[in-house]
Design a protein around this ligand. Structure first.
Ligand code: SAH
Length: 329
């Protein structure tokens, strides 16, 4: 598919059911019926950046900030491993309290549990990424957010699109399984630009692509923006499946925040991964990138069993392996 063909599919609300059906078929053929679960721990909401869309941006003074100390973090992960998770995703704001050494020690401790470790801690240096990889980090998740550089720089003051892209290349070079992705429905983002994002992710040959709707947060400069629609996000995700048939595609939490069945709809339109939250207690509520975040009052046990039942109710099964990308092409 070229940009124009992708654009047509993005615009075509009327026939989206057919696109979703095709993406579901391709998903089944290439990655099968297993849904891989990733236990997501959000371990710090402290961030040096000021992304205009993000609820944990530095200038949100109304938010109480937390960081989970390494010991507690490792304990939480151990409990998640006991619940059966084979992948742990460690996500945070760009919090430099977690130095290279500190993160290395945490990663090494978690790797002892025989799980795949995904990091999602934003932009760091090559030396950091290399050290994390050497102590066992397997995967890295960093969305490019948009490939429209002007839009990116309007939304991410003082950040550089080029450096973010360079980080993605470094991670690839270091042998991480690479996850990236975008938000859909950002103010000033055109469908043509989303089509270009999709081609970018295809060219980068990402192993995982996370696509979610932008949801405006009250305590950000974009509080009064429109936000993305679930359906456009689903169409974008379905096209991603057609472009890169063998990759991992999560049913994103932001989709479920817009619709009670958001993640199930996604799993039936090309997605094959879900990332249940394993963060405990009060921390969940405090890590609100956008409003309406699901499951803020649940426990990890509840999230695991709830999503398990949902997955089985649509005739799918839970993956028992690490759920790495198996390249077909
Ligand atoms: N610091 C890490 C993690 C960022 S939070 C990093 O830079 O990669 C994870 C993702 O949440 C972001 O990449 C962004 O795509 C998404 N996000 C942030 N604010 C959002 C909002 N208001 N609506 C929807 N998604 C949002």
């Amino acid at each position: 598919m070229n940009g124009e063909e992708i654009l047509k599919l993005l615009e075509d609300e009327k026939n989206e059911a057919e696109l979703f059906r095709q993406a579901d078929l391709v998903r089944k053929q290439y990655v099968g019926d297993e849904v891989h679960l990733r236990g997501l721990i959000e371990f710090s909401n402290i961030c040096r950046n000021n992304c205009m869309y993000c609820g944990i941006r530095k200038d949100n003074k109304k938010l109480s900030r937390f960081r989970i100390e390494p010991d507690e973090l490792v304990k939480t992960v151990q409990k998640a491993v006991n619940l059966g998770f084979r992948t742990i995703v460690m996500q945070s704001g760009e919090d430099m309290y977690y130095t290279r050494d500190k993160l290395c020690r945490i990663i090494a401790a978690i790797k002892k549990f025989d799980v795949a470790v995904t990091l999602s801690v934003g932009e760091r240096t090559f030396a950091d990424y290399k050290a994390f990889r050497e102590v066992g980090a397997d995967r890295y998740l960093m969305r490019i957010e948009t490939t429209d550089k002007d839009l990116y720089h309007r939304l991410n003051p003082k950040m550089s699109w080029d450096y973010r892209y360079e980080c993605l290349l470094m991670l690839k070079e270091l042998g991480y399984e690479l996850g990236s992705g975008i938000m859909v429905g950002l103010p000033g983002q055109s469908l043509k630009s989303i089509a270009e994002d999709l081609l970018f992710l295809k060219r980068l040959d990402v192993d995982m692509a996370g696509i979610g709707p932008f949801i405006p947060h009250q305590e950000t400069p974009l509080a009064n923006s429109c936000g993305g629609s679930l359906h456009l996000a689903l169409r974008t995700m379905a096209i991603m499946r057609l472009l890169l048939p063998d990759i991992n595609i999560p049913a994103t939490t932001a989709m479920e925040s817009l619709h009670p069945k958001g993640r199930i709809l996604a799993l039936q339109s090309g997605a094959n991964v879900v990332m249940p939250n394993i963060t405990e207690g009060e921390y969940r509520r405090l890590y609100q990138l956008y409003p309406g975040k699901i499951c803020i009052n649940e426990t990890p046990v509840q999230c695991r069993s709830c999503i398990g039942l949902k997955i089985m109710s649509i005739g799918r099964k839970i993956g028992m392996g690490y759920g790495s990308r198996k390249k077909v092409l």
